[in-house]
Design a protein around this ligand. Structure first.
Ligand code: HEM
Length: 332
């Protein structure tokens, strides 16, 4: 029961976001709901009990140890001195529950991390294995998903997705940088959306999360990926955790003056300062992962005092779509 979704908090967050953000309605439904519909259509769903996106996953647990620099960035409780318990869910992209881990469409992979805070509440980080997003706004993302749903081998060229990609270079770039990795333990993850961090002295800075495996990055080639078993990543992380811990460095890439904090298609230069926030240590897999992952909803805007949203419209839309997917997978 420890992963149970805090329904009241999320309704509050969702309600305030609906008021705060300019969510566009079309066909009588908000874009955030149409996005969930489109993910479901692309996955030939609904698939009972599964997420509309990142449907296939596996869970692990461990601890987060903040670095000495973390408290200079934010007064958030988990970034002070004490270690926090964490639960993590690794996932494949798409809403297809049995997609092969090696399928290029199962990229980006995801990592969702829930930190338990000293007062018993929690905060989440939800990141992907690519350092950018493929659309700047929910409306543009919906256009992309709908174009993909209307395309296919039988559709005359140029297909709707060919036409979309012809005018959206950020999406082309995203789709072209999807390497396969040897393990979830050798894969990087990126927060992509900017957040606003405030420290105890009132200093405000923007940053994007970076999660880097301490084992180092290890990709596999196309041929090896084609030979890989459909569950090679999900199985490997469980057997690796049976033998040893898996560690990642959690860091923040800091924005410089003028860096876009409202557009996750724009990658900030590598020259930006990166501050280490601490180390994530996974100790065990969750034995009844399939049941536990159905109960939990991670929420990138479940954030404590000391961390705030940016005005990235993709970030603001996410919790609403996630709550719609969550309520459907609980009831459908
Ligand atoms: C408007 C843009 C987006 C939409 C509409 C969207 C939609 C969704 C939906 C419907 C789910 C399933 C939620 C659930 O049932 O619990 C999901 C999960 C997920 N999304 Fe997104 N997403 C968006 C952007 C992003 C971005 C920018 C990232 C990462 C930077 C991301 C990473 C993930 C991950 C890792 C999961 C799996 C979480 C878990 O393990 O429970 N998404 N997304």
């Amino acid at each position: 029961m420890k992963y149970l979704f805090k329904l009241k908090t999320t309704i509050l967050i969702t309600g305030s976001l609906l008021l705060a953000s300019n969510i566009c309605f079309a066909d009588g439904k908000p874009v955030t709901e149409q996005l969930v519909d489109s993910f479901t259509k692309l996955a030939n769903g609904p698939h009972k009990g599964y997420r509309a996106n990142h449907a296939k996953g596996v869970m692990a647990e461990g601890v987060f140890t903040p670095s000495p620099l973390a408290s200079s960035i934010s007064k958030a409780a988990h970034l002070q001195t004490k270690t926090s318990n964490i639960v993590v869910r690794f996932s494949n992209g798409t809403g297809i529950p049995d997609i092969s881990d090696a399928n290029p469409n199962a990229n980006p992979k995801g990592i969702a991390i829930r930190f338990t805070l000293p007062d018993g509440t929690s905060t989440d980080i939800v990141s992907i294995s690519i350092n950018s997003f493929l659309a700047s706004t929910p409306e543009e993302f919906l256009e992309l998903l709908n174009a993909a749903a209307e395309s296919g081998p039988q559709v005359a060229k140029p297909t709707p997705i060919d036409t979309f990609l012809g005018t959206h270079p950020a999406a082309v770039k995203f789709l072209s940088k999807r390497p396969s990795y040897a393990s979830f333990a050798t894969m990087p993850f990126y927060g992509v959306n900017a957040f606003k961090f405030t420290n105890s002295k009132g200093l405000v800075q923007y940053g994007r999360y970076q999660i880097t495996p301490i084992a180092g990055l290890q990709t596999i080639g196309e041929e090896e990926a084609m030979r890989a078993q459909p569950n090679y990543l999900m199985d490997e992380i469980v057997s690796r955790l049976n033998k040893s811990e898996v560690k990642y460095r959690l860091a923040l890439q800091m924005a410089d003056e003028g860096d876009a904090t409202n557009d996750s298609t724009v990658v900030w230069p590598d020259s930006r300062r990166v501050v280490e926030l601490g180390v994530l240590t996974l100790k065990t897999s969750v034995p009844n992962s399939k049941q536990e992952e159905q109960k939990v909803m991670f929420n990138p805007l479940s954030i404590p005092e000391g961390i705030n949203t940016s005005d990235d419209p993709i970030l603001l839309a996410r919790p609403i779509s996630y709550a719609i997917s969550y309520s459907r997978r609980l009831t459908n």
